[in-house]
Ligand binder design. Structure first.
Ligand code: PMP
Length: 370
């Protein structure tokens, strides 16, 4: 028997995950969004130490107080965000922070403006809350950058929230300071929430990251450890919400996961309190890879802009499906722009979160098909 809820029916499983699971062993995957680096040893040691100290019981529903205080300090120091440890929830990755916030905010029929192209979860989470995702009309100019006027155009009386993601997956674009401020003002003036996914904040090259919550009180800041500290498998992230809605988000969080696993929270605490050299080293390596891939692609005649952040290159190709098929035949997996919305069907996403050696082989293979 199959009799599942209607709201599940037009939600698809991630094509990227499926590709990753079905990849042949000698294919080079430029498809997945996770750092290939090992989790830094001091973070692993903190995890081991927590286990040795038998820290294997429930933590506070909101997260360990030491960790929430460390997050509070980090948000103040790095992001110019004033918050308090009671308004922070430690979550199972940024993924669960997104899900819980959207569940807590969105009523059936509420409109949520989401970036298009954008990370797949935004649309799915809005649909799971029976809200209506409204795509931004991003255009390829300036690598699909989100601007204040593009958001303003989409605001209607039904709009409840705006999702922003800077640096962006899949485009690598960093929203300009003036637009972060402009969109924050729109949220304040129209009583809208901004769910701001800042998970790639550290993976940024020549620009500076600005946090929405430093410009408006209506922001829910979402961040995590997966990308900055190569901790994707440890499943930990967090959100910082306006104080008056934290308890309502906690209701979703509490009845969904109770609390994040305790040893992982000690690992995250060490990630924040320990040396940040590991982040600098990883970002330097990402920069070398970005420059290498951009140069190779441009030399092949596939013109692409240098992305400002994250570890993706978003590239226009002539016939996307044909390109994907040929690339996969040659043993290179990339993702179709279609996976990220309706505005970028002629694009592919190349992730350079793999070694220079792999990137070299992958670029040699792509060169054959171009
Ligand atoms: N937001 C974006 C933009 C992402 O790219 C990802 C991971 N691909 C996530 C959130 C989820 O990250 P986490 O591992 O912290 O759940």
């Amino acid at each position: 028997m199959k009799n599942t809820a209607d709201r599940i029916k037009d939600i698809n499983l991630s094509e990227i995950r499926k590709m990753f699971e079905n990849a042949s062993p000698d294919a080079i995957s430029l498809a997945i969004g996770e750092p290939d680096f090992d989790t830094p040893p001091h973070i692993i040691n903190a995890l081991k130490k927590a286990l040795d100290n038998k820290q294997t019981h429930y933590a506070h529903n909101k997260g360990l107080i030491e960790l929430r205080e460390a997050i509070q300090n980090k948000l103040k120091k790095d992001n110019n965000i004033k918050t308090d440890s009671e308004s922070i929830l430690v979550t199972v990755g940024a993924s669960q922070a997104l899900y819980s916030s959207i569940q807590a905010l969105i009523n059936k029929g509420d409109e949520v403006i989401i970036p298009d192209p954008g990370f797949l979860s935004y649309q799915a989470c809005v649909k799971l809350a029976e809200g209506t995702p409204i795509s931004t009309d991003s255009t390829p100019d300036n690598n699909f950058n989100i601007t204040t006027d593009k958001i303003e155009d989409k605001i209607t009386p039904k709009t409840k929230a705006i999702v922003l993601n800077s640096p962006s997956n899949p485009t690598g674009t960093v929203i300009k300071k003036e637009d972060i401020k402009g969109i924050s003002d729109l949220a304040t003036d129209n009583d809208l929430y901004i769910i701001t996914d800042e998970i790639y904040e550290n993976i940024i090259y020549d620009k500076k990251h600005y946090s929405v919550a430093s410009f408006t009180d209506n922001a829910i800041t979402i961040n995590g450890f997966s990308k900055s500290y190569a901790m994707t498998g440890l499943r930990i992230g967090y959100l910082a919400a306006p104080p008056e809605i934290t308890e309502d988000i906690l209701k979703v969080h509490q009845y969904n996961i109770a609390s994040v696993d305790t040893p992982t929270q000690y690992a995250a605490l060490e990630a924040l309190n320990g040396s940040q050299q590991c982040v600098i080293d990883m970002v330097n390596e990402f920069r070398k890879r970005r420059d290498y891939v951009v140069e190779r692609l441009n030399n092949m005649g596939l013109t692409c802009k240098i992305p400002d952040g994250a570890f993706y290159i978003f590239l226009k190709v002539k016939n996307t499906q044909e390109f994907l098929n040929k690339a996969s035949k040659e043993g290179v997996l990339v993702v179709s722009g279609k996976a990220f919305g309706k505005n970028a069907e002629d694009y592919i996403r190349i992730s350079y979160a793999t070694s220079i050696e792999n990137l070299k082989i992958a670029m040699d293979r792509l060169e054959k098909i171009v």
